[in-house]
Design a protein around this ligand. Structure first.
Ligand SMILES: [Zn+2]
Length: 110
């Protein structure tokens, strides 16, 4: 019986991962599949950026964000590559920790 649950659990996890990958690809396609700053287009390093930082814990993330972009609206979102996203985030002091709150302890200058 335990083996059945372990197998079911791993299948559910695999299905969830597939679903996240699919929704992410659809969201990236809807937003143009390339970084709006530099044109980089390798999906592995593309990220969805909230154009106006919200910095709150109710910010859409992960599959909820992807579904929102695909099914509701692309307004307020853009694609940035990992480098451009990091530069924007740190230049504007938009960094938020895992709980969505601003982390002012992160240094933004070198
Ligand atoms: Zn870029």
């Amino acid at each position: 019986m335990r083996r059945y649950y372990q197998k079911t659990q791993s299948q559910q996890l695999a299905n969830l991962k597939r679903s996240i990958i699919l929704w992410r690809a659809k969201a990236l396609e809807k937003l143009g599949n390339r970084c709006v700053k530099c044109g980089f287009d390798n999906q592995l390093a593309l990220e969805i950026d909230h154009i106006e930082p919200c910095g709150t814990s109710n910010r859409l993330r992960g599959i909820s964000l992807y579904k929102f972009i695909v099914l509701v609206s692309v307004n307020g979102f853009q694609i940035l590559c990992a480098n451009c996203h990091t530069i924007k985030t740190r230049s504007n002091n938009e960094f938020t920790g895992p709980n969505g709150h601003k982390n002012n302890s992160v240094k933004t200058t070198l």
